[in-house]
Design a binder for this molecule. Sequence first.
Ligand SMILES: Cc1cc2nc3c(=O)[nH]c(=O)nc-3n(C[C@H](O)[C@H](O)[C@H](O)COP(=O)(O)OP(=O)(O)OC[C@H]3O[C@@H](n4cnc5c(N)ncnc54)[C@H](O)[C@@H]3O)c2cc1C
Length: 318
Amino acid sequence: MGLWQKTMIGLARSARLKRFMQSRAGAGALARRFVGGGEAPACAGQAAALAGEGLDVSWYVLGEYVADEAGLAENLAAIRALIQAAEAASLPLHVSVDPTQIGLVQGPDRLEANARALAGLLAASSAARNRPRDTFLMLDMEDHEVTEATLALHEALRAEDLPAAVTLQAYLHRTPDDLARLLPRAGMIRLVKGAFAEPARLALTARSEIDARYLVLARRMLAPEGRGRGFVPVFATHDEALIERIEEAAEVSGWAKGDYEFELLYGVRPALARALAAAGHKVRLYLPCGRDWWPYAIRRVGENPRNAVFVLRALLGG
Ligand SMILES: Cc1cc2nc3c(=O)[nH]c(=O)nc-3n(C[C@H](O)[C@H](O)[C@H](O)COP(=O)(O)OP(=O)(O)OC[C@H]3O[C@@H](n4cnc5c(N)ncnc54)[C@H](O)[C@@H]3O)c2cc1C
């Protein structure tokens, strides 16, 4: 990971800068580029418009690393409000959460209780709709300090037959073993390259090596045994070269389009998302909702310096 991306991750964690940017009148351009809308109803409207274009969503309530009880309660209430809005509008009940936004900072027991309650809510809402494929509590994967806790949470929820799914990061050295451990029982796994500045002792750091590892893991996720039992592999990437190789591997292993998913970040390579959907793929967009948009948006700038133009516009007033 380069200096640019590390710097942007640093900016994402600055509370002062967050307050400053989120109060800027002209910051809307940056927020609108990557964020679906403010509160639950606006975000549901955005998701309904995307559904009209054949694109599904995974909801994500903005709000990372909450250490205080008030912030935690606020996050949980916002996630519940989103689930209700999605249910009312017959939209997918596919919700992405960061473990540190729903209780990991407060302790693994609090995390598990909160995650169980949310997954239970999703399961109950989906029972009447019979859309299991669109009903998941997807656990995002944060930095290496919480990998084990996140995987343990996923296993605990699955053991209770709750609709939980988990994200794996191709760059971590441990991930091939984690995938082997998860594959026999998982309902859905999302594979990403990995977005944190991890040290070389824990993760691959060369882009070409990460891409090669991603493809190896993707092929394992596409093994025919998974297809037989309804496992859903999710390839969360904007990398067109990789996407092409994955399409080929899926075809060779007998996966029909639609039995696996591509997932992209809302606002990133929208033309690619539409082209994949037009080609018959199931495409999901990770759709952030809520007010706390600065840390999320500046991370996207870290991934692609060209996005800095939106920050400049925000600073210059629109
Ligand atoms: C749905 C989803 C969920 C994710 N969840 C997690 C998670 O839980 N944990 C985690 O560590 N990481 C997560 N990530 C981020 C991921 O790890 C990568 O950092 C990010 O997706 C960029 O990698 P890439 O696969 O798109 O490939 P890259 O090689 O980085 O990019 C491929 C192409 O897409 C373009 N591109 C990539 N990002 C952007 C951007 N922000 N703006 C404009 N163009 C861009 C690049 O310029 C390049 O042309 C998630 C990503 C997605 C799509």
